[in-house]
Design a protein around this ligand. Structure first.
Ligand SMILES: [Zn+2]
Ligand SMILES: [Zn+2]
Length: 165
């Protein structure tokens, strides 16, 4: 959705509010496409004594996999963002809380996409103490010790018992 700043200025109470869903199923984040659920966006763009501001509330669900055991994980993800709106297309958009208008319009979908990608962690775990997969046999160690451990030479198991203490 694009919001024209002139429309905001001309509106009765100096604001345009919106609420809609975006489909970001194709958006890639590292090796994943974590936004398989609709991304709900609500917010407004408002004219505050000659200063334009935007408020966004993003609500969705992230679907990814555990970095250690590859199990699928899904969790709700919401963001609340406040921006100053800049009409200077050449202004430094590197500043996170500035939203730049292009041809007098704000691209809300683009803003939501970059905010979501910025908010993602590099690594997600199914639980903090996930034991991961055995590098030897690939078994999920959260479900108990795998068979490779049992194959340790009995003469070494004394040593292993010592190490595990
Ligand atoms: Zn895991
Ligand atoms: Zn194993």
């Amino acid at each position: 959705m694009k919001i024209s700043l002139n429309r905001v200025r001309d509106s009765k109470n100096g604001e345009i509010a919106f609420s809609y869903d975006i489909d970001f199923r194709d958006v890639k984040c590292s090796f994943d496409q974590p936004f398989q659920s609709p991304v709900h966006v609500s917010g407004k763009v408002f004219d505050h004594a000659e200063i334009m501001e935007a408020e966004l509330l993003i609500d969705t669900e992230v679907k990814t996999s555990c970095a250690r055991c590859a199990k699928e994980i899904q969790f709700p993800h919401s963001l609340k963002l406040n921006y100053l709106v800049s009409e200077d297309e050449h202004s430094d958009a590197a500043e996170e809380n500035i939203l730049c208008a292009e041809n007098g319009e704000l691209d809300i979908d683009e803003a939501v996409k970059s905010a979501l990608l910025l908010s993602m962690d590099m690594v997600y775990l199914c639980r903090d103490d996930c034991k991961g997969l055995c590098p030897g046999c690939g078994a999920d160690l959260n479900e108990g010790p795998c068979s490779c451990k049992k194959e340790i030479d009995p003469r070494l198991s004394v040593l292993r018992d010592l190490l595990e203490k």
